[in-house]
Write a protein that binds this ligand. Structure first.
Ligand code: GLC
Ligand code: MG
Length: 424
């Protein structure tokens, strides 16, 4: 959480299913476009928050199936569980707070009186979230009757209906919007309120997010009827909320542009990087750019030109050494020659590369230490390389800098890994 001092430039608070993640996009292209944008331009000074209806277990499962970045904060189970950082440290003050006027037992007893409520699976039931499936026609009646009955028994709830099927019963103080308001309140205490906040969603449980004061909001193009209806009834005149014309993560990128929140062209959408040089040296931008080139080279989506190989040899210092996860070492230029030979070996295959958690520190007058996770998906094989790089600013080089050392380790080295491929 304390990756940087001061306020975040932008905080994105996004739902996952059908917002950040497009389940109809098997190639995950819009998510990968978002990832490249975030890591290149935002990671170093902005906050990424995922706010999902999923339980921690099912959220973690989604992360193994989709190329999701590591968020700074994760809000799960419809705003009832908040965790911080990669290690997902729970916010126990929030759970304590949700215990007010809440009794899971009483909720279970009262809901049992409605046969039309079908309980969701056990794994979707959480300490502060009791979830059912129910048809739209029946849902409204329950939403009108149940809270009063529970109130008579000292339990104060909020009922949320999503995707025309899911009904969640939560403590009154819970929900995605309340959880965000709580985070903002804590940031205020620390004097670190983000300069801008953008909330992103598609269904009923996201509606609350748009009511949080001073946030920008995007409903992705594929938003559900109940969210659009909520918008028409409650927020139609709010110019800071848009209904994107693009689906899922592409709609988020669209909103960043529409509200002028910062760079909105994903490096993934740039074919010729010569035409898009940044003014000041940015290690993260360089890392994202290099791995896009690497992916395109192996997919044969760039021209097979010796010029590219020669350019790489200028950017990768001739004396530089690559330390492979197996522990072996090779000079950079030898690795580049190996990579050159792999041109097009993944053409027509499922092959994607993305980076996560880029951080960099200037450790000398012209030397940068850059760390990130490089993910490579090939067929059904997913590998993560924890990577450390030294970069050197050198005005006399065409790109103004060079990579001088690189070390990779496997994130999870319990399985046998391919030790034959020597490109980074
Ligand atoms: C997610 C959860 C489910 C919940 C729904 C709507 O799909 O898994 O339990 O009912 O979101 O909030
Ligand atoms: Mg959703």
């Amino acid at each position: 959480m304390d990756r940087f001092n001061g306020s975040a430039r932008l905080m994105i608070v996004s739902d996952l299913d059908s917002t950040m993640v497009d389940h109809d996009d098997l190639d995950n292209l819009s998510l990968l476009r978002f990832n490249a944008l975030w890591e290149a331009y935002y990671r170093h000074d902005s906050l990424l928050v995922f706010s999902t209806g999923r339980s921690p277990t099912s959220y973690k499962k989604l992360r193994t199936r989709k190329p999701l970045l590591t968020p700074d904060i994760t809000i799960m189970s419809v705003g009832t569980e908040i965790t911080y950082g990669e290690s997902m440290v729970p916010d126990t003050a929030w759970t304590q707070y949700l215990n007010q006027k809440w009794s899971r037992d009483i909720v279970t007893q009262e809901t049992a009186k409605f046969p039309e409520l079908t309980p969701q699976s056990e794994k979707d039931q959480r300490p502060h979230k009791v979830s059912f499936f129910v048809e739209k026609a029946k849902a409204w009646e329950i939403i009108n009757v149940l809270p009063k009955r529970l109130e008579e028994r000292g339990v104060d709830v909020k009922i949320i209906y999503s995707s025309g099927i899911a009904l969640d019963i939560l403590p009154q103080g819970a929900g995605k919007g309340q959880a965000l308001a709580y985070l903002l309140k804590n940031f205020k205490v620390d004097g670190k309120v983000p300069m801008h906040t953008l909330v992103c969603g598609d269904s009923g449980n996201d509606a609350e997010l748009y009511s949080v004061p001073e946030v920008y909001g995007v409903m992705v193009s594929n938003a559900q009827e109940e969210l659009l209806q909520w918008y028409t009834q409650n927020a139609k005149n709010n110019p800071n909320i848009i209904h994107a014309t693009e689906r899922c993560a592409a709609g988020i990128i669209q909103a960043i542009g529409k509200f002028f929140l910062g760079p909105n062209v994903s490096p993934r959408d740039i074919r010729d990087f010569q035409k898009c040089k940044v003014d000041t040296f940015s290690p993260s931008h360089e890392v994202v750019k290099y791995y896009l080139f690497y992916e395109r080279w192996r997919r044969a989506e760039v021209e097979k030109s010796e010029q590219y190989v020669q350019n790489l040899k200028l950017v990768f210092c001739p004396l530089g050494i690559y330390v492979h996860p197996s522990g072996g070492e090779q000079p950079f230029h030898q690795c580049i020659d190996s990579m050159a030979k792999l041109y097009g070996d993944k053409q027509g295959h499922r092959f994607r590369v993305w980076v996560d958690r880029i951080s960099s520190a200037q450790i000398g007058s012209d030397i940068w230490l850059v760390k990130f996770h490089k993910w490579e998906l090939s067929g059904n094989e997913l590998q993560c390389y924890v990577t450390t790089v030294l970069m050197n600013l050198k005005a006399e080089l065409p790109d103004g800098f060079s990579w001088v050392h690189m070390h990779q380790t496997w994130l999870d080295d319990s399985r046998a890994r391919d030790q034959t491929v020597w490109c980074f």
